[in-house]
Design a protein around this ligand. Structure first.
Ligand code: SF4
Ligand code: SF4
Length: 147
């Protein structure tokens, strides 16, 4: 069980990234994953762990986290990577929009292009937004701002 995937796994298929900020009694992410890839060992206040052998990168856990702490990263394209984030704000961005990518502190990093918007009623008002980023920025960018 790991909290970060190996380089080989990163190159193989999309993978989940959980950045749960603190130990709180919370576990919707565990039930959100039909693959059984997310677990919380021991007490419910412990941080979640990911079995990267089981994670398919399906995106379904992203909108289920009340803390907006779950992301999926796809490093399989040759010339860019894709980050999928939870997005609760309105209006939603649209496919093809150019938006500003922000780091974890909300600092602007670069302009990126929206490539996927999944806004299902099943997601309970939280959309999943995918955008392309330079390969060297997958660990830095976690939010977007519409222009
Ligand atoms: S991306 Fe899909 S398979 Fe991976 S942990 Fe989330 S729900 Fe499970
Ligand atoms: S649902 Fe989100 S905030 Fe709650 S334990 Fe899972 S990752 Fe952390």
């Amino acid at each position: 069980m790991n909290t970060t995937p190996s380089q080989a796994r990163r190159e193989q298929k999309p993978y989940v990234v959980i950045e749960c900020p603190e130990k709180i009694p919370c576990d919707p992410c565990v039930d959100a994953c039909a693959q059984g890839a997310i677990s919380i060992p021991g007490s419910i206040i412990e941080l979640p762990e990911v079995d990267y052998e089981k994670c398919t990168g399906c995106l379904l856990c992203i909108p289920k986290c009340p803390g907006l702490a779950i992301f999926v990263i796809d490093e399989t394209p040759e010339d860019h990577s894709i980050i999928y984030i939870p997005y609760e704000l309105l209006p939603r961005p649209k496919k093809g929009d150019k938006v500003l990518a922000l780091d974890r502190e909300g600092k602007e990093q670069c302009e990126v292009t929206i490539i996927k918007v999944i806004d299902s009623p099943k997601f309970d008002h939280c959309a999943v937004i995918g955008f392309s980023v330079p390969k060297n920025m997958v660990n830095d960018i976690r939010f977007i701002k519409l222009q």
